[in-house]
Write a protein that binds this ligand. Structure first.
Ligand code: SF4
Length: 317
């Protein structure tokens, strides 16, 4: 009889978690089995709020490196583990510190707002961080005439610019997942499913946002499908979120929006999907790989994240 490895990993992970007083935080873009073993599942904002308040000794992050770095910045006294250090982010990597320092110098006198989807060096150069859940509220918390640099996602930046009308210089970065959705294929899907609502993440390109019935962060999309009276949705974000949508409303239909290249499966984030049950088990067992950041960088990077959390709290987010 074949051994059920997944069941064995789940049992061992649960045992080690208790033994080592560990909390497992999972992003919505992880596979369903990993979401199911997590103590908390959320988007970037919710996960950073959880990391800041946990009493656990170890935080194991089932997500990508910038998320685990954010946890370390907020809880520097804790051990933060990431099961695969290659779990990076194409959006974070589209903004490197040397070029970003030049961008800030070329656009002086502006408040620097960066998405949390950045590497720690970029956070250390920022005034305030934001996520797609709170970006509009963060920008609207500033005086109307305050000039802004927004980085790194140009699609989210342009979405916020249209919403707020603020004076913004936007960095030209993108996420390879949200850039890849095919407008034509989404329109074809809508024709064959006329009752379906098109729900879209703001990191998607403008033509896809224009045809959306609803635009929102990952958690906003989840809330929308939970409360909306529709029965069918075309979902234009990483399809990992559909696992929670199905759990909350199993009788509804969720269709992943197709990428331009129908052969590549590139609407999935290949960085997120580097995390596996086996890697989580080994990581917890050996307590490595661990996120390590020097204290000076942590102190610089803490300020914009704490400012984000404070503004979010005041805005009731
Ligand atoms: S989905 Fe995009 S923004 Fe999110 S981790 Fe993957 S590459 Fe980065």
């Amino acid at each position: 009889m074949q051994r059920d490895l997944t069941t064995e990993y789940v049992a061992e992970i649960n045992r080690l978690k208790l033994e080592k007083n560990t909390v497992i935080l999972s992003h919505y873009y992880q596979t369903g089995d990993i979401q199911d073993i997590a103590d908390f599942i959320g988007d970037s904002l919710a996960l950073s709020q959880k990391a800041a308040e946990t009493n656990a000794d170890i935080i194991l992050f089932a997500g990508v490196r910038f998320m685990a770095e954010t946890a370390k910045i907020l809880a520097p006294q804790k051990k933060v583990l990431l099961p695969d250090m290659n779990a990076g982010c194409s959006l974070a990597d589209s903004c490197r510190s040397e070029e970003f320092i030049k961008f800030i110098k070329d656009n002086p006198g502006r408040t620097v707002i960066t998405y949390v989807n950045t590497n720690v060096e970029i956070k250390a150069l920022s005034d305030i961080c934001c996520t797609s859940s709170n970006a509009v509220q963060i920008i609207e918390s500033l005086p109307v005439n305050e000039k802004i640099i927004f980085a790194p996602d140009r699609n989210l930046g342009n979405y916020i610019l249209n919403k707020t009308g603020r004076d913004m210089k936007i960095w030209n970065g993108t996420c390879h997942v949200h850039e890849e959705f095919s407008l034509e294929a989404i329109i074809d899907l809508k024709k064959s499913n006329p009752d379906a609502k098109i729900i879209v993440h703001p990191e998607c390109e403008l033509p896809v946002r224009i045809i959306a019935d609803f635009i929102g962060s990952t958690s906003a999309l989840l809330n929308f499908t939970a409360k909306d009276d529709g029965k069918c949705y075309i979902v234009a974000t990483e399809p990992g979120i559909i696992h929670q949508m199905k759990k909350e409303n199993p009788h509804k239909t969720y269709i992943p929006a197709p990428p331009r290249d129908s052969t590549c499966g590139c609407s999935e984030c290949n960085f997120m999907k580097l995390i596996t049950m086996e890697k989580i088990y080994n990581c917890l067992l050996n307590e490595t790989p661990e996120i390590l950041i020097d204290t000076a960088t942590i102190l610089k990077a803490q300020k914009p994240i704490i400012r984000m959390l404070d503004i979010s709290k005041k805005a009731g987010l």
